[in-house]
Design a protein around this ligand. Structure first.
Ligand SMILES: NC(=O)c1ccc[n+]([C@@H]2O[C@H](COP(=O)([O-])OP(=O)(O)OC[C@H]3O[C@@H](n4cnc5c(N)ncnc54)[C@H](OP(=O)(O)O)[C@@H]3O)[C@@H](O)[C@H]2O)c1
Length: 382
């Protein structure tokens, strides 16, 4: 039985991971769960999955949680608690928290020799080299949950990496596909959160609308598959049926197709290298799916994708700046402090002002993240 800890159990990926685990009760034991604020849902999950330990944001949340449950389990608190939970005995840690909060627990879990199922792309965007070097050193399985990277992993199976010509990441294009710069001046938070194909947390939904999510995925792909950025392309595919492709040197392209349901890549990461059936998954029906279309991304309108390529080329702490500036800019946008188009402007400004550290330590990364966020907050949160 695989012992699993889920960081961010109350989020979109976290709840879907538990839904997948329900299908394989004999194969997985839920050891630990974390939430940040949502202790109501965490209490329900505790009753249903009987973990040994949980972690929440602070003492207040812990008191609230204790009052809601009938079980005497360990409750850790604070950022330290959210990190220390990975020290409990487990085989696999699912990292499904949002933002840079995923970084230190991931590093700690790898140091303890645990396999990782990574949903949180920000970990690799901000500290890809450090994390992947450590994963190699510790010889752990580092598995993607993101549908695009799961697709690539599947397309690479049985093939020689030396024969790859390029990776092709597909993008739905988000809610504003086809719009031009002028059209985006007035878009609201509510419109931005209406993703056409996927139901996800708010941060990633905004990132999908700006195409920063795809930029993050390019960076994630570079580190996960150890491939240079000039061999990673993005193509808009509005139907979200092909989840990504690998082109080989003979011109053959291998693609992975499925319905847009995150439980498919989640089950692949949990059961890897095997596959398993999950109740309620819709299978593709090619008599209904008549169209698979493709178009080039509009890099002039959706600047965030170009900024991500630029940060990746520069390397070092520039991708940390990209991530930090995006995290705070998206939060400002969600709180209606800035307009949609200002997200890219703030990120570009932060990148221009940054003195890059080419070979950063983990401490450098944490410090740069903090400095960038404080600077932006000071300027815009008046
Ligand atoms: N959703 C998707 O389909 C999808 C697909 C691919 C990749 N991802 C990636 O997966 C990650 C999670 O996305 P999501 O859509 O599941 O997000 P989400 O629904 O917003 O869930 C985020 C989870 O993290 C917790 N959390 C929030 N802030 C935290 C902090 N500062 N410290 C510790 N925990 C914190 C939340 O707790 P509370 O609920 O208590 O606030 C929740 O459990 C993101 O990195 C995203 O890019 C998501």
């Amino acid at each position: 039985m695989k012992r699993v800890i889920i960081l961010g159990a109350t989020g979109s990926i976290g709840t879907q991971t538990l839904d997948v685990i329900k299908n394989f009760r004999d194969n997985f034991k839920v050891v630990g769960l974390t939430a940040y604020n949502n202790v109501d849902l965490l209490a329900q999950q505790i009753e249903e999955f009987n973990p040994e330990v949980v972690a929440v944001k602070d003492e207040n949340k812990a008191y609230k949680l204790k009052a809601k449950i009938n079980k005497n389990i360990e409750i850790l608190t604070g950022q330290k608690g959210l990190q220390n939970i990975v020290e409990y005995e487990a085989d696999l840690v699912v990292v499904a928290v949002e933002g840079i909060a995923g970084l230190l627990p991931t590093v700690k879990a790898i140091e303890r020799g645990k396999d990782i199922a990574l949903a949180n792309k920000e970990v690799l965007v901000t500290a890809g080299k450090i994390v992947m070097d450590l994963a190699k050193k510790k010889k752990i399985n580092f598995l993607p949950v993101d549908s695009e990277h799961s697709a690539i992993l599947q397309c690479l199976r049985g093939n020689d990496k030396k024969e790859i010509s390029r990776l092709i990441l597909t993008a739905s294009g988000g809610p504003f596909r086809g719009m031009k710069y002028e059209d985006l001046k007035k878009v609201t938070v509510e419109q931005t959160l209406r993703h056409p194909n996927w139901k996800m947390g708010k941060k990633i939904t905004v990132d999908s609308a700006t195409l920063m999510n795809k930029g993050f995925e390019v960076i994630e792909a570079k580190w996960l598959f150890d491939i240079s950025e000039d061999k990673i392309d993005v193509i808009v595919h509005p139907q979200s049926i092909i989840h990504s492709m690998v082109e080989y040197i003979d011109g053959s392209v291998i693609a992975q197709l499925a319905t847009a349901d995150m439980r498919i890549p989640i089950q692949y990461a949990l059961n890897y290298p095997t596959r398993n059936y999950i109740n309620g998954i819709n299978f593709l029906d090619f008599s209904i799916t008549t169209q698979l279309t493709f178009e080039k991304p509009d890099l002039e309108t959706f600047r965030c994708l170009s900024l991500a390529y630029e940060a990746l080329k520069i390397g070092g702490t520039m991708t940390t700046v990209l991530n930090a500036a995006d995290e705070i800019a998206v939060s400002l946008f969600l709180n209606k402090k800035i307009e949609f188009l200002q997200i890219a402007e703030i990120i570009e400004e932060s990148m221009k002002e940054h003195n890059n550290i080419q070979n950063p330590t983990l401490d450098d990364i944490i410090n740069v993240d903090k400095e960038v966020k404080e600077k932006i907050a000071k300027k815009y949160m008046r």
